[in-house]
Design a protein around this ligand. Sequence first.
Ligand SMILES: [Zn+2]
Length: 506
Amino acid sequence: MRNFPVPYPDELVYSMVARAGIYHGITSPKQLLDEVFENRKVIATLDLPCHLQSISSLFQNTGRYSVEELVYQHTLFPLYAPFVTESHKSRALQMMAGRSQGAVHLMLGVAASRIQSSDRFRYCPECIKNQHQHYGEYFWQRNWFFPGLAVCPEHGPLSILTNGSGSHRHHFFAMTPQSPVDCELSSVNEELLRLAIYANKFLNMSPGYSPDFEQWTSFYRDLASDFGFCRGRHINHGEIHERVHACFHPSTLTQLNLYTDSATETGWLKGIFRKHRKAFSYLEHAIIWQSFIAELEPEDVIDRVRKIKPCTKVVFENTASSTLSKNNEHLQVQRQTWQKLVLQYGVLNARNSRPGKALYAWLYRNDKCWLMAFNFEHKEQRTNPELKADWHRRDLVAIRQLRKLLQEIAPSYAGPRLSANFLLCKLQQSSTIEKNLDKLPLVRMFLQRYTETITEYQIRRLTNTCAEMQRQGEPLKKWLVMRKAGLSQERLRPDAQTVLNELQLF
Ligand SMILES: [Zn+2]
């Protein structure tokens, strides 16, 4: 097909195909499939479409819209990508370029998730006014289709069509405003709107390497520990539950199908703080991040998880054990050859070697995510000799970063406990520093002096909360102060208890 419509910002691929039908006056769904895909079996999919190589090649002359660009900017893939393993993610990407027969949804955990994506068409009555004004036509915008969350991040309620869905196998429907009689308005509260704004940030994150399950496991364990919710290796799920419920009303959680009782052993909220064996959905992650570390941007949180002890071994095991189809056997051989070269010569020398040059170019074209991640992990050790032994210099660099960090933290700081772990995570090469503290006397001294004990942390939360409530003119009731501060009577340290008594709250 010539003159395939160029996508609008945030327009779903589904919508582009539908507009192509209108532009070319094609009324028969089969003819549209023939013209666009040269394949009548393509299934119309709103969220995670396939056959994107065909769409991408329609843009050949523009020099833009690679499969990757389409996937990351015109489908809901970015809502899933950071939370599945790297091997599942790359496999899903490959399938979206070609055929999938439903396997993409399985691969990204959509099918098994508590959060079901709805096929019903929905749109934001306010957004479409803007569309009409700016572009003179309408299109399906991807941030109207957050799975399990019918909220426009900009305006709130969405019109959901009572009849009509995107699951007509081969039919692409163009966006047209409906009469209010044919729609129902989704119900929205402030908490749901906050989640939608967050989800929109997930959509617009730049592509990156997906953390593995071990990294997620450590991240949540550290988070619990930063908030003083750990006793040794034991996590106090009751306290976590309390904190999440202080931020989200039970009715909101019920509406999201994510309500859990603190007594249930198998709920998602307990599961996510245990050893990760499966991917959790963007909403489950978002609810916890908003309850614990709302001041951080989602992209920064994921970056932090990526930096947790990059566990090379696990990455290889995952890749090796992933079910690679026959087509992928060649890919596997190429990966192994590259691994051998790098382990023998280092990344830079491997790239410059005779067999390495062509191999690097091939992997760059066909398996970029894996290649970048593998090289990144081997770069530090192999190609940075000047930094390798210079611990004194590292000590100075790290201490400068730590001082700056401390200056940036406002006196009214309301975030997690300033534990050694929390501060170290913010450093470049944090895991190297963490592992070699014995060689870094300045950093060690800094941490001894400036990290917050649990008691100090509790007192800070108490005083900040009281100050904030006083500013807002709220009565300082003891139970309310405790709830807002995220503290509970049982785990209050003796000195924090003394401060609390001295405040003489009622
Ligand atoms: Zn809107």
